[in-house]
Ligand binder design. Structure first.
Ligand SMILES: O=C1O[C@H](COP(=O)(O)O)[C@@H](O)[C@H](O)[C@H]1O
Length: 286
């Protein structure tokens, strides 16, 4: 495991700009890397996240070095996804498509087949609205029927993603560059604190899991699991804002003790690199 490195910028804007440059240069380097046998690396697998960790993507194409990237050898995955319809603005994949991927696909640089999205919710809108309401019903029978339906769909989506990961990357998939964000409660991907009733961060026998009743909206999600995230070659965290200062301190303290389910980001890591990018106001409690 790589030792944790912390980089603290004066503000979020600089963190995002530096993140975009670092992303371009890292992709270029990974694609140009010579393997021990002298051969070239065939592909680079990147996992994206939503929210602030996605923001650098919007600046990538303005970097002059971006034209040197052979995007046909880059594959995109997600650390987590909101289980909503494909055209919902809540989709992390849609956000990344708008920020970067659509342009690359449109001009033929990135094959659509290199974009590995987690399945969306394909139920009709009225059915989603009804099941969503039922899942919050005071009637336990109604609530349990809604949960059963949602959980089955989430599990099917998680298993389909596991199948795609193993089909593409073998039985022990490893992501080359894992890009994560940390929420103010210390969650990463869609792995939430234990006190919110969630224990998915402790799941060790799956590559991806379904998450229902997420404490952050929308309530249905699919997430990569902690062991898969922790064995990524390079892992980057983006965490900015005074509202994340308390959690960041707990996450670092938890990580030093092997992980704290109350602050799930404490379970993350990287094999060759593990770097946190943050801002002055976010590190005040460290
Ligand atoms: O809901 C989510 O939140 C986390 C953190 O988002 P941030 O905007 O506070 O950085 C994000 O990394 C994850 O992908 C997303 O689904």
């Amino acid at each position: 495991m790589a030792t944790r490195t912390l980089i603290v910028y004066p503000d979020k804007d600089l963190m995002i700009q530096a993140g975009a440059r670092r992303f371009v240069l890292t992709l270029l380097d990974l694609l140009s890397e010579r393997l021990p046998d002298g051969g070239a690396r065939k592909r680079v697998d990147v996992a994206l996240s939503g929210g602030s960790a996605a923001q650098p993507l919007g600046l990538v194409l303005s970097d002059p070095l971006a034209t040197a990237i052979d995007w046909s050898r880059v594959h995109f995955w997600w650390s987590d996804e909101r289980f909503v319809p494909a055209d919902s603005t809540d989709r992390n994949a849609l956000e990344a498509r708008h920020l970067l991927l659509d342009d690359l696909v449109a001009d033929g640089r990135l094959p659509e087949a290199n974009i590995h999205e987690i399945a969306p919710d394909v139920r009709p809108a009225e059915e989603i609205a009804k099941v969503t309401a039922d899942a919050e019903s005071v009637d336990e029978f109604v609530r349990s029927a809604a949960d059963t339906e949602n959980d089955a769909l989430l599990d099917a989506a998680a298993r389909a993603y596991e199948d795609e990961l193993t089909k593409e990357l073998g039985p022990e998939p490893v992501i080359d560059l894992m890009i994560l964000g940390m929420g103010p409660d210390g969650h990463y991907a869609s792995l939430f604190p234990a006190s919110s009733g969630h224990h998915e961060v402790l799941v060790s026998d799956r590559l991806a899991v379904g998450v229902s009743h997420s404490p952050k909206m929308p309530p249905l999600r699919v997430s990569l699991t902690a062991p898969l995230i922790a064995r990524s070659r390079r892992t980057w965290f983006f965490a900015a804002g005074a509202g994340k200062a308390e959690s960041l301190a707990h996450v670092f303290a938890g990580a030093d003790k092997g992980g704290d389910p109350e602050y799930p980001s404490s379970f993350a890591g990287g094999v060759d690199e593990f770097t946190w990018f943050s801002t002055e106001e976010t590190v005040v409690k460290l």
